[in-house]
Design a protein around this ligand. Sequence first.
Ligand code: G3H
Ligand code: 13P
Ligand code: ZN
Length: 314
Amino acid sequence: MIVTTKELFKHAYGKYAVGAYNINNLEQTMGLFRGNIDSKAPFILQISKGARSYADKRMLEAMIRMADEIFPESILAVHLDHGDEETCYECIESGFYSSVMIDASHEPFEQNVEITKKVVDAAHAKGIVVEAELGMLGGVEEHVSVAEADAKLTDPDEAKEFVRLTNVDSLACAIGTSHGAFKFSGGQSIHFNVLDELQKRLPGLPLVMHGSSSVPQEEVARINAAGGDLKGARGVDENQFARAAGLGVTKVNIDTDGRLVWCRVHREMFRDKPEVFDLRKPGTIFMAEYARFIAHKNEKLGSAGKLDEVRAIL
Ligand code: G3H
Ligand code: 13P
Ligand code: ZN
């Protein structure tokens, strides 16, 4: 069942975080639904602009609608990840997305407010909820690449003003994480002091943590042992999710970790079974491994086991 993130956040706020996972193809979609059902978790399925052009947005929509039928117990929100203004309007008009992210965080404060407010007005008129971003994460996103040194943590006072001016439903904040497989080059971790200040100024407002892959070292080692080159890759400590959830982080974005699962499965298969050329062989393993990964993440996020409680309040 597709619901809005608002309903998911209402149940989760302050207690646990909902996992937001990106998909680009059939194998990720099937593994994602399976993993959430196996761990009895509500979830957010997110689609980036890159995914919309890679798989064709119509193909993604058809796959998700069908997966929702194949797994009728599932409860999820369908969310546009890192949207620009034009893509937000397209998704709002489509009638398929229950949530969009407008990411104008690279613009000066006033322009970010102006663009976000326009998207919020258009989305709310159709019952769709909006996430916006203030501050700047390091790493590479679709339309922006930010050097780690230029990343800017979210200012709590500015955040309060931003939410007042835009009426946005949730806020992605920069608290030290970054996108991709090479985080924390400066050695720091999540800035809990900033989170704490954000929650004090914006009590009850769901906060979103992007760049939350944990880049498991075992996964990195296996990829490197099978011919990969990801030396120095590292991520967020997944044992910190619970503390972040207590401070208002209600949505945790994870994409890179799923790509690492894909990379490990395929590299190991091609190393160990050079005779294989049937794409279904690694595909079958990937779907099962991705489902296992999702179930594990949901345990760490605290969303595992919450499906029936969420169903009861819908
Ligand atoms: O933050 C970006 C997400 O990981 C999506 O990545 O734009 O390459 O699809 P993508
Ligand atoms: P990771 O690169 O850490 O998986 O972050 C994904 C993300 O923030 C998607 O919006
Ligand atoms: Zn992101």
